[in-house]
Design a protein around this ligand. Structure first.
Ligand code: PEP
Length: 250
């Protein structure tokens, strides 16, 4: 979208140990330069690596975020991480509502909205994931699902600065399958229209990322589709070489 600075974001999921700091360092080095003024970059490693990762990116435009947050600020929620804790470790973004969270932890739109609110309260950018399952696509429900997820996962306080949408067809995640560019274009145009009708000018500027089996070989084509303002990348974000190749597709 003209006037929108694209975001290339990586989601490491439950992958990565201290040995992976070498990859973060290589990414931090690789995104220094002219292109970084046009394209933002972000890696979301597991929470165990967050604090050291942000320190490694001190003098790089590469930003570091988390993959989930709890909806509350603190308290008796064993095993959880709050948005404040992410901000305290200098994380700038948090992914919420990823389909793996929706499936593995039964996260519904209302909870995703509460997590988005929590992210905003901690001054984090929320990357709100939505997308249809294979079954929903088969029966022609894709746009209905996107409409509902957008309406119910986003709080009224969402702005182009504090919120990024990630469209991730569930059947395209980790499968090597991608929708056709025509299908991506249709979905993104629909989401843009929904965002503009609810948020006005802010909806026109909100980034809408595509995610699902993005790799160096298909990045240029997918990122060239109208209303695609960047990518959320799983598998291909683990290695600096692949992540940087996707970044350079811009
Ligand atoms: C993801 O987990 O957000 C994702 C898009 O995964 P992959 O790129 O591996 O399909």
């Amino acid at each position: 979208t003209p006037d929108i600075r694209p975001l290339v974001a990586g989601n490491w999921k439950m992958n990565g140990t201290r040995a992976s700091f070498d990859q973060i360092k290589a990414m931090a080095e690789g995104v220094k330069g002219d292109l970084s003024s046009k394209v933002e970059t972000l890696i979301c490693p597991p929470a165990t690596l967050l604090y050291v990762a942000t320190a490694l990116c001190d003098d790089s435009p590469l930003m570091i975020g988390a993959q989930d947050c709890h909806q509350k600020q603190s308290g008796a929620h064993t095993g959880e991480v709050s948005a404040e804790m992410i901000a305290d470790c200098f994380g700038t973004h948090v992914i919420v509502g990823h389909s793996e969270r929706r499936t593995d932890h039964a996260e519904h739109d209302g909870l995703v909205r509460a997590k988005t609110d929590a992210a905003h309260a901690a001054e984090l950018v929320a990357i709100v994931c939505i997308g249809e399952t294979g079954d929903e696509r088969q029966v022609g429900k894709t746009l209905d699902v996107l409409k509902r997820q957008l309406a119910e996962s986003l709080p009224d306080s969402a702005t182009a600065e504090n919120t990024v949408i990630a469209y991730e067809p569930v059947w395209a995640i980790g499968t090597g399958l991608t929708p056709t560019t025509a299908d991506v274009e249709e979905a993104h145009a629909f989401m843009r229209q929904e965002l503009v009708s609810r948020f006005g000018g802010a909806g026109g500027k909100m980034r809408i990322l595509y995610g699902g089996s993005v790799k160096p070989s298909n990045a240029r084509e997918l990122m060239g589709v109208a209303n695609v303002d960047g990518a959320l990348i799983g598998g291909a974000s683990l290695k600096a070489e692949d992540f940087l190749a996707i970044y350079r597709a811009y």
